[in-house]
Every structure is written in C-alpha cells, then in structure tokens.
Write a protein that binds this ligand. Structure first.
Ligand code: TEU
Length: 548
C-alpha cells in the first residue's frame, strides 16, 4: 500500500450531503446519486462519517450497533449499491470507526447497566472514594467526565457526551469485539477506515486528579496506545487498508510512530494544532485573530518533523468539527475566490495526503447564524449555557458560537440555486446559509475560473507529478509571517510554492535556479514577476507555483 501518497480523499458527512427521499436528512442513496460529481472532481476514496445505528445525540458518533445502518441513512442494500457503484468509478469507501466509546444505547452498555459483570468490564465503571467522583476530569463537551449510576453505586467514564461511554481497551474481549467489526466491514468491500479519536483509547492504570488541566494529559497518546494499534492492524490485515487516525492533542513524536511504516500502525494521522491558532490561550471558546506566525511554525515543525521521522500527515483544513476555512483564514467577501484557492494550494502541495471536506471545493462558508435555535450540535448547545453562566452576554456568546460551532461545517451541501440548495425537497434538519444562490456546484462545475476547477487542477497535479506525492519539502521565506512558501524536490526537479496569507500585497525574492521558470499554477490570471530585479509581487491571497 504505497499509492496512498498519490490519493486525495473526500470526506462526506452523509446527513448533510444529499437527501434522496425527501425527509430533510441526507442519506446513502444521496451519496450514490452524486458519485459522478465526485469522479469528475477526481478524488480517490470517500470517507463517510458514521451512519450506523445511533440515537444521534452526537450525530452518529454515539454508535448503538456497529454492524447496522441507521434507517435514517438507508439500508444495507443501499450501502452495497454505493460500494458497487463507487467501485465502478474507482472510488473506494472508508468508514469511520468510533472505537473510543459506544452509545449508552449499545447492547453492551445496556447489559452492563442491568448488572452483567462481563459487560461492566467493557467500560470503566469505577467506585469513587467515599462516594466522590473518581477524578476531576472534564468532558470535551463540557461538565464532568464521570456519570454516577445510583443502581450500581459506580461512576462511568465518558470523555465526550454522557451518552458516549468510554470502552475499556485493557479488556482483551473488547479488543476482539472491535477487530470483528473491522473484519465484517472489510468483507463487505470497505477499503479503509478513519479511526475516531483513536489516540485516546489507552487509559492510565490509576485514576488521579489533574491539577493542571482537564485530564487529557493522562489519556492522550496513553500508555499502551502503540501496542493496541499494532495489535488491531496485525489481526485485521491492516496493510491492505487505507488507515487514518484522528489524533486529539497529540505530539509529533507519537505521530511519527503512528504513521512510520516500520511501526505497522496506521498510514497517516490527523492532528489539530494548526487549527488552534485562533484559540485564545488554547481555549476554543475564546476568540482571537489567527496567529499566522504560529500557523507557519506549526507547518514547518510538522512537515519537516514527519519527513525526518518518515511519518505521513493527513493534510486538511476542514471537517465536520471545524468552521469553514474561507470564513476563518480567508476573506469570504472581497477575496472569496482568491483566498479559498490559496488555502487549497497551501494544503494540497505539501508532503502528505490531502483531504477535502464536502463543500470546501466550492468555497462554502460559515452560515453566520444569529440565534441559538439555529444550532443543532450538542457541544454548541452545551457551551451556549456554559458561556452564559460564565457571565458572557448573549450577544457575545452568539458571536463566539458563530465563529466556533461545529455546525459551521455541517450545513447542507449547496448543489444549486433552487429551494433548499438542491440538497432536499423539504426543509433540511439544519438551516442552509443564505449564500447558496451564489455558492453552489451547478455554478462552478463547468466554469473555467471556479474554486471547483482549481481543486480539480490541484488533484490532477498530484496524479501527474510524482514530485507532489514523493518529493521532499523545504520552507522558504521563513521569517515573513505573511507568506507561506516552500519548495518541493524530487531528483532534478524542483517546484516553488508561494502563498500570500493576507489581503496585502507582498514582494518576495525569486530563488536562484528559478530564472527560467515555468508557471505550473496560480490563482490570478498572470504572475507579476520582475525578472531583472529577481522579484515576485504577490497580490492579496495570491497562490503561485513555479517550476525551475
Ligand atoms: O472529534 C474529536 C474531537 O476531540 C474534536 O474535534 C471535538 O469536536 C472537539 O474537541 C470539541 O471541541 C471526534 C469526531 O470527529 C466528533 O464529531 C465527535 O463528536 C467526537 O470525536 C466524539 O466521537
């Protein structure tokens, strides 16, 4: 499995992709309807977020049965059709395995609650000393990470919602159950897996309070994490699959181990450090202007670090947990096209495998909701109350949600300018941004100068040029916080990639060796290169790629 370096993966949030049966809720047949569109874009594999049986308290990340499809999304026959139709178009399917926790509606948890000791050992049911909560750890969605069960006189651990109970990977029976689930889906023709918060699965041996934080330092990249991943891959034929781990609050050292082929763990990992550069003091719910210097430093650290350690990055800006990147780091009004295409260039030509989140390829924006009633996400709704209780005004709280809510990435895919953006024939489960009349696939798919066409070119470049997949990376303009620039090289070949991260004009030096260049790609009609002075002037949000 080495072709993953040549691939571009497309993430689908099925609930918001395409509704085929008119209930306002996207489904698997909706995905099948749009396969030609995805083939035209040129992506390789499709990662679908969870559509398994679930009470949907966390939009499917609370799984009640890993082998059944939630009727809201369709049937097993629908999935089989999607696999077959995808296969005809060279599109492989990747599933999202939520193995850190199950829904409290899962049969295992229900049996545990009914007193079955075998299943209590599948989770962390803990006696608190003197009836006290076992530790002061906080749930990532707000409040304590422990819930008391009076009938058992024990507490159970939930790092996420109270209806998402953490599984006990220390128990070998749990590990065998999870391996069986992988085998089940592989047999159905699934090509790969994205493992949800997989670096949180190994918990410490003793439960202790965290005097410094919310507890994450005890369980992120926990004590037996590498052993568990190796075992899972060894026993399920991991080397035949596309595998990516979602790593929460991780380190470079661990990610090298997760993705270095010699360790036989995963092919690649997501980390989130570059998406916290607008968190004030690391706090998601405190707004701050993006720190571009920090952004650059993080890219340098992770790109060079992973290269030296022979690890592999999953490259991304957007997913179903993140605000839209053009709203966040770009300028969605004055430079919508330029900033969306520049940000795409940054990611797609670095060393790693790029992921596109549905709608990113047409420059979809945040919806700019103004009322709490427009939000659906459990985290947003919890934090609305938490922020108000902290004394923030309603207006300030709504401003924070509008910038930070995970719902920003979950609005329906904008297919055309008809009612409900062509997503559904009826009112969708979550409101569509007003700009769908202008921003939609119909307006872009066959236009020469469109964000869609630009993404298509970036994907093509990776397929046609081994340098993009296999080349080395080195950074340029390291001291200029406004320009993110790097070189890629393979053998005799060398490319230079410049990205102006700002709305101001910037002049940079043309590097030696680049006097007789060729323009590979750019998001302005022509490049402003002064050959005599050996300079390039980069206009607002300009991206420019030259080869020697
Ligand atoms: O997300 C993991 C995660 O930690 C975050 O991205 C989370 O949204 C953030 O810390 C909250 O501020 C994954 C899934 O992508 C997410 O949708 C699930 O809710 C979560 O795991 C639990 O399964």
């Amino acid at each position: 499995m080495t072709d993953f370096k040549r691939k571009v993966i497309y993430q689908i949030y099925p609930k918001s992709f395409k509704d085929s049966d008119g209930d306002g809720f996207g489904d698997l047949r909706g995905v099948t309807e749009k396969l030609d569109y995805l083939q035209d874009l040129g992506v390789d594999d499709l990662w679908l977020t969870p559509f398994f049986l679930s009470p949907q308290n966390d939009n499917g990340y609370d799984v009640a049965d890993y082998r059944r499809i939630d009727p809201k999304f369709g049937t097993m026959a629908d999935l089989e059709e999607l696999i077959a139709e995808g296969g005809k178009r060279g599109l492989g399917l990747m599933l999202d395995m939520v193995f850190n926790h199950t829904s409290t509606s899962h049969e295992w948890f229900r049996r545990a609650m009914a007193g079955d000791e075998k299943y209590q050992k599948y989770y962390f049911f803990v006696d608190g000393e003197g009836g006290q909560v076992p530790t002061n750890w906080q749930s990532k969605f707000g409040g304590s990470a422990w819930e008391y069960v009076p009938s058992l006189r024990k507490w159970y651990l939930h790092l996420f919602d109270v209806t998402q109970a953490d599984l006990n990977w220390e128990n070998p029976e749990v590990r065998e159950e999870l391996k069986d689930i992988i085998r089940f889906w592989k047999d159905k023709g699934i090509k790969g897996f994205r493992f949800d918060v997989v670096n949180l699965i190994s918990k410490p041996d003793i439960w202790e309070d965290d005097a410094e934080g919310d507890g994450r330092r005890f369980y992120s990249d926990g004590p037996r994490i590498h052993e568990y991943l190796q075992e899972l891959m060894r026993d399920t034929g991991g080397e035949e699959m596309i595998t990516v781990g979602e790593m929460s609050s991780t380190t470079l050292e661990h990610c090298i181990r997760y993705s270095n082929p010699e360790e036989k763990e995963l092919l690649m990992c997501f980390n989130f450090h570059h998406l916290k550069i607008d968190y004030n003091n690391g706090q998601k719910w405190e707004l701050m202007e993006p720190n571009l210097t920090a952004l650059k430093q993080l890219f340098v650290e992770w790109q060079i670090g992973m290269q030296e350690g022979n690890g592999w990055n999953a490259l991304f800006w957007c997913n179903h947990d993140q605000p839209r990147i053009v709203s966040r780091l770009g300028n969605e009004e004055a430079y919508w096209y330029e900033s969306a295409t520049m940000l795409a260039t940054v990611i797609h030509l670095m060393r790693g495998t790029p992921y596109i989140f549905q709608g990113e390829e047409i420059g979809m924006t945040n919806p700019h909701y103004t009322s709490v009633s427009q939000y659906r996400d459990i985290e947003s709704i919890n934090y609305y109350e938490i922020l108000l209780a902290q004394g923030k005004s309603k207006a300030e709280t709504l401003e924070i949600l509008a910038a930070r809510s995970r719902d920003n990435g979950r609005t329906p895919m904008q297919w055309d300018d008809t009612a409900y953006a062509g997503f559904s024939e009826t009112e969708p489960w979550i409101e569509i941004p007003d700009n769908y009349k202008m921003i939609n696939t119909a307006a872009q798919q066959y236009e020469e100068r469109s964000i869609f066409a630009y993404y298509k070119q970036l994907i093509r470049l990776r397929k046609d040029n081994p340098l993009v997949a296999d080349g080395d990376i080195a950074f340029m303009e390291e001291d200029n916080p406004h320009i993110l620039a790097y070189q890629r090289s393979l053998g005799e070949e060398r490319w230079f990639v410049w990205n102006n991260l700002t709305g101001d004009q910037e002049t940079v030096r043309l590097p030696r060796g680049c006097e007789h260049h060729r323009i590979i790609l750019g998001n302005y009609e022509s490049a402003d290169i002064n050959q005599e002075k050996c300079e390039i002037t980069l206009r607002p949000y300009e991206a420019l790629v030259l080869s020697e």
